[in-house]
Ligand binder design. Structure first.
Ligand SMILES: Cc1cc2nc3c(=O)[nH]c(=O)nc-3n(C[C@H](O)[C@H](O)[C@H](O)COP(=O)(O)OP(=O)(O)OC[C@H]3O[C@@H](n4cnc5c(N)ncnc54)[C@H](O)[C@@H]3O)c2cc1C
Length: 242
């Protein structure tokens, strides 16, 4: 995403926040607990420092058990991370001997922030990818807010960039069907208004549930597309206030 901002020349629209993770504490309504990442330390020392300094959310025995549980992820690298996809966050924590309180205090919030679902549903792979990033990159968990509403401040520069290169952006153009040639390649996209779109190449970037609905029958047995069966969207409603 940052590469996109750089390419569009709109990096100045990102309002960077101080490098902290701030958790609301369910047991103390209205109170917040902070993990402050000091700027002077490189990764992963800044994260370790942030965790060691926070004594409100996790006790020392919990921190130690969590750190021991995480060791295989630190030494096992990407192969280990990918192999954890079959386990939910909750299952993984229990397998690694991490107390349930760590899951409740830290990973309910983290699971919801990453995927809007709970630790008993989310794949541990997602958490490990995020944690690895935090451990490897000094600013991996730093947040920025956009300086206004996304349609104006982000989408319009994308549209202008596409137009400046001779492209066209059409809104309200819903695809009804992917029409195929006899050899199974795409012939065109049929829109709900009855018109068709033809191209040299086709990119279909709707949410996964819509792709599954519109996937041509003859593609459903192709191994690449068969893997879609296990993917389901998470229903989320968002409200933008500005
Ligand atoms: C509440 C919320 C907060 C989030 N916050 C953040 C955040 O802070 N930072 C961050 O990095 N990410 C955030 N995300 C995640 C991020 O928004 C998504 O990962 C990203 O928008 C996905 O982009 P996409 O292009 O794959 O899909 P989408 O943005 O979902 O785009 C899919 C498009 O397909 C279109 N479409 C659907 N059906 C058809 C059809 N039949 N024909 C043609 N077009 C169709 C839709 O209208 C839509 O425009 C958040 C997500 C949510 C829901």
């Amino acid at each position: 995403v940052q590469n996109l901002f750089g390419e569009l020349g709109i990096n100045d629209r990102l309002q960077w926040k101080e490098h902290s993770m701030i958790f609301a504490m369910p047991s103390k309504p209205g109170e917040f607990s902070r993990f402050d990442f000091p700027d002077v330390l490189p990764a992963p020392l800044n994260g370790i420092w942030a965790i060691l300094r926070n004594n409100e959310m996790l006790t020392w025995p919990e921190k130690i058990k969590f750190a021991i549980g995480l060791l295989p992820a630190m030494v096992g690298g990407q192969a280990y991370v990918e192999a954890q996809d079959g386990l939910s966050v909750e299952e993984w924590m229990r397998k690694q001997g991490v107390p349930d309180r760590v899951t409740d205090e830290v990973f309910i919030a983290m699971s919801k922030a990453l995927n809007f679902i709970n630790p008993d549903e989310l794949s541990m792979q997602c958490i490990l990818i995020a944690l690895n990033r935090f451990l490897q990159e000094k600013h991996g968990s730093k947040m920025a807010f956009l300086d206004g509403n996304p349609p104006e401040r982000l989408c319009m520069p994308i549209v202008e960039h596409i137009r400046s290169l001779g492209g066209e952006v059409r809104l309200n153009s819903r695809i009804r069907k992917i029409e195929l040639e006899d050899d199974g390649t795409v012939k065109n996209f049929l829109l709900t208004d009855g018109t068709t779109i033809e191209g040299d190449a086709y990119v279909f970037a709707t949410p996964v549930d819509i792709l599954k609905l519109l996937l041509p029958d003859s593609w459903k047995e192709i191994p690449y597309f068969k893997r879609l069966e296990k993917l389901v969207g998470v229903p989320v409603i968002n409200v933008h206030i500005w």
